[in-house]
Design a protein around this ligand. Structure first.
Ligand code: ATP
Ligand code: MG
Length: 858
């Protein structure tokens, strides 16, 4: 737009539209007249070009020693030089933020949503940025702050980085993987950084902004995460803002696109919308790097697929040296995640059109301070809560119990025991204080809520608040800031070679800290939070010590002292599980990651829109997660780390439940494996020769059976054939089928993917096992469901004894009766139809009525 021929009102209108302050606009137009470009230049720079195109300063003090005019970006630093306009400019920026944000720290001139930095900080930044002597571009692009000089980063970059690191973040040196990522970026390479949760990936993309004075654009999936990072950066004196729907200040976007922030966080949808202005930014101030954080979201094969991430190939297409004149090299892409399988990595490279020369920076996925365990729980009722959260309640209410002798907080080890419903559950309910009803909250927290809202059920249920509100709140009780460079057992993998020290780590009680409980649904967040609140545990609220959340909560959030991550219910994948579990122990100190899951039932997929392929993949991931839960013999950390394609060289973590408790006794399951193999093979033979009516399946309606030869049918066949196995639990056979599948004796006969092998087919290896007869042993560790079955019904090891006596009709009747009593409700619940349920209910109530009449008669 040209300044000439434009009316004063039009200029003012345009400037208002662009978001400048009224007072700045008035002053500018009064000073420079109705010229759009000059007015902007005046507002931004305090200077305007004269008719010959030379920059004329409106304030002589606006010129630096080297004669360059300071742009608005650096005006605050000029304060120390006596810069006149600085106050109003700062006011301009801060005014918008003040409306949005409440309390600020004294001297903290930086707002989370974006603003200029305090004078002292800018001084630092000015020193840090070799290319920060920014000038306004003379021509049409007068809005942008430009850094025309290509930044020279010499061989001493590491020294420079270390000094920036110390100055801004207080760390003494880069970690090796950070060095590698930065070297790749310096060599203009794309880079895929795969490093454990909490290892420090953010610095890999934050440093380039400090080093060059150019802008770094970070693509991030969650508002809460962007908010957290901007907030941290502001404390470290780095200007950062986030753009998108969550940005409350509508001026921030324009400021960002003019180059006023060193780091711009943006969600994928927004970056796609802003391609053109970002191109202008790349040509003016310059864009050092596009960082795609939590990049696993790109992949359909990952656990947290976001379709818009897939469209990020636009970055490569629009920010290359071939389409931006000022660039010598394509702007590098840096993709970062803590959880990507090999398949996901390939998908990332392809989807983002990353270059062939992309550097891989990999660190170990292993987190030596995390103590993994799996416990059986139905996770569905108050009775489960009572059993599972007793210890947690004790921990968080400890202080309140002064004077009262503390009871042992450790619940009895109920692993693999049935999740009995508790008769005292009603009395627990009645302990929930009356003010904790539908709109429960903590009085002391209400005032502290940044949004001024109490944590009500309605508030939690409101989708619009989502993870933003919860995740941005600080938890209760910060751990004292540690010297993280020296005191991070996080990196003390060396302890694995020192078993004695490792064992003492195991015996350490957990330090004070926070707990996050992940549950599959919002409804469960409410019921668990309510339950915990009833015992006086600060749960679910902003300043809570326990947060009950669904999966979105906390991704990438750098909260140091999370001591426990509890998954209450099956996660959807090991990637999601590890990502969430990784939010514990970021301070390097011992932390617990406990998965409570119903080991007697298979997990189901949460509803979501998926293509056929995605459904298959989702089942595969769920299946891996299920197998992790069923495992009783392999170190849990090893399973998790190897899941991501890393060799776990340590063999054992020495902390997880399997390492500590040891595996269960190994059993020779030859006989059971043999009989299952027999029925599968017989079925297989029969289906190959459909004419043979004399086979063992002759009594079954063949067509129906042939369609679905599933485990359940094979087990009923076994029970039918051999009284010895009559009382065996399907749960137990389910475990055996998995073991046989792992050994390669059977395989899934269905095209669809199932959480657990369902339609069993023999393999050549399995048939050979069958032929080899009785000599061959079949040693295996019973898995969790098998142990559970053994603890609730007759174990397979006592089948022989159990078999004795079945021939006697009276013994059989008694046993069947007692089995009916033990197993009746569960079985009947599954089998009953609506109709039978109704008649049952009727007969039950009729029985009840008769019984009460009789008792009255008495
Ligand atoms: N070189 C370093 N020396 C010491 N501490 C560091 C270093 N680099 C980063 N850190 C610290 O590590 C912590 C975690 O950093 P960050 O949030 O970047 O982790 P992350 O790898 O992105 O984790 P996530 O996968 O959960 O997103 C931060 O508190 C940061 O200050
Ligand atoms: Mg991160």
């Amino acid at each position: 737009m040209s300044g000439s021929g434009t009316s004063r009102d039009e200029v003012i209108a345009k400037l208002i539209e662009m978001g400048f302050d009224d007072s700045d606009i008035t002053e500018a137009v009064e000073t420079v007249g109705p010229s759009f470009n000059d007015a902007i230049e005046y507002i931004l720079n305090g200077s305007v070009r004269n008719s010959k195109g030379k920059s004329v300063s409106w304030s002589s003090k606006c010129v630096t020693e080297n004669g360059k005019t300071l742009g608005k970006r650096t005006l605050s630093s000029a304060n120390s030089l006596g810069q006149m306009r600085q106050a109003s400019l700062l006011d301009h920026f801060q005014s918008g933020n003040r409306q949005k944000r409440g309390k600020r720290n004294v001297g903290d001139d930086v707002s989370v949503s974006g603003s200029v930095v305090s004078p002292s900080i800018v001084e630092e930044q000015k020193e840090s940025y070799p290319g920060m002597d920014c000038n306004l571009k003379a021509e049409s692009d007068s809005l942008a702050v430009s850094c025309p000089k290509e930044v020279e980063i010499g061989s001493d970059w590491e020294v420079k980085v270390n000094s920036l690191l110390k100055k801004h973040f207080g760390h003494s040196s880069l970690k090796n993987f950070q060095k590698e990522a930065l070297s790749a970026w310096l060599a203009h390479h794309d880079c895929l950084v795969l490093a454990a949760t909490g290892s420090g990936k953010s610095l890999c993309f934050q440093i380039p902004a400090l080093l060059t004075g150019k802008v770094v654009v970070v693509i991030s999936p969650l508002i809460s995460l962007m908010h957290d990072q901007c907030s941290k950066l502001s404390k470290h004196g780095v200007t950062a803002c986030f753009l998108g729907s969550g940005q409350p200040d509508n001026k921030v976007e324009q400021k960002a696109l003019r180059g006023m922030y060193s780091i711009i966080y943006v969600c994928p949808e927004t970056v796609i919308r802003l391609i053109k202005p970002l191109q202008r930014l790349a040509e003016s101030r310059g864009i050092a790097l596009f960082a795609i954080d939590e990049v696993h979201c790109v992949s359909k094969w990952g656990h947290d697929f976001r379709p818009d991430y897939r469209r990020l190939s636009v970055l490569r297409e629009n920010f290359g040296a071939n389409n931006l004149k000022s660039l010598k090299f394509d702007i590098p892409l840096m993709a970062l995640t803590a959880t990507a399988t090999i398949q996901v990595r390939e998908d990332i490279l392809k989807s983002l059109h990353m270059s062939k020369g992309t550097k891989f920076v990999l660190t170990s996925f292993f987190r030596p301070n995390l103590r993994f365990s799996v416990k059986h729980s139905k996770t569905s009722s108050r009775a489960s809560y009572k059993k599972d959260f007793r210890q947690l309640i004790d921990i968080y209410t400890k202080k309140k119990k002064t004077g009262e002798k503390e009871k042992s907080a450790i619940p009895q080890d109920l692993d693999y025991q049935s999740d009995t419903s508790s008769s005292s559950s009603m009395s627990e309910e009645s302990r929930i204080s009356p003010n904790i009803g539908d709109g429960y909250y903590y009085d002391e927290d209400v005032g502290n809520s940044p949004m001024g809202k109490e944590m009500s059920v309605e508030f939690l249920e409101n989708d619009s608040v989502d993870d933003w509100d919860v995740a941005c709140g600080e938890f209760y009780g910060h751990s004292p800031h540690r010297d993280r460079d020296t005191d991070r057992s996080f990196e003390r993998t060396d302890l694995l070679n020192k078993p004695a020290e490792r064992l003492s780590m195991l015996q350490e009680p957990l330090e004070d800290g926070l707990t996050i409980i992940y549950v599959p649904t919002r409804k469960e967040t409410l019921s668990i939070a309510k339950y915990l609140c009833g015992f006086g545990v600060k749960a679910a609220a902003y300043n809570a010590s326990v947060v009950v959340a669904t999966i979105a909560f906390g991704m990438g959030i750098d909260k140091l002292n999370v001591r426990r991550i509890i998954h209450y219910g099956w996660p959807q994948s090991l990637e999601a599980y590890y990502q969430e579990a990784g939010r514990a122990g970021r301070d390097g100190h011992l932390a617990d990651c406990v998965l409570y899951a119903n080991l007697s039932s298979m997990p189901t997929l949460l509803p979501s829109r998926r293509s056929e392929d995605q459904t298959k993949q989702a089942y595969r991931m769920l299946s891996d997660c299920f197998r992790y839960g069923m495992n009783t013999s392999c170190c849990r950390a090893k399973i998790l780390v190897e899941y991501f394609g890393e060799d776990f060289s340590h063999e054992k973590c020495q902390l997880c439940d399997v390492c500590v408790d040891g595996p269960p006794e190994m059993k020779n399951l030859k006989e059971e494996a043999n009989i299952l193999m027999q029925v599968i093979a017989a079925y297989n033979e029969q289906s190959n020769s459909m004419d043979d009516d004399d086979g063992i399946y002759s009594g079954i309606k063949r067509q129906k059976f042939m369609d679905r030869p599933n485990l359940k049918m094979f087990v009923s066949k076994i029970r039918e054939q051999s009284q010895k196995y009559l009382a065996t639990d399907l749960l137990w056979w389910r475990g055996l089928a998995r073991i046989m599948e792992n050994k390669g004796y059977i395989r899934e006969g269905d095209d669809r993917t199932h959480v657990q092998i369902k339609f069993l087919e023999p393999t050549t290896r399995g048939l050979e096992f069958l032929k080899s007869g009785k000599e061959q042993s079949f040693n295996a560790f019973p898995e969790a469901d098998m142990l559970l079955a053994a603890s609730t019904s007759k174990s397979y090891s006592t089948f022989l004894d159990w078999g004795k006596g079945w021939a006697d009709p009276e013994i059989r009747r008694q046993r069947l009766q007692s089995m009916g009593r033990n197993r009746g409700p569960r079985k009947s619940r599954k089998l009953r139809t609506g109709k039978s349920r109704k008649s049952n209910r009727e007969s039950h109530t009729a029985r009840g009525r008769i019984a009460s009449k009789l008792s009255k008669k008495k």
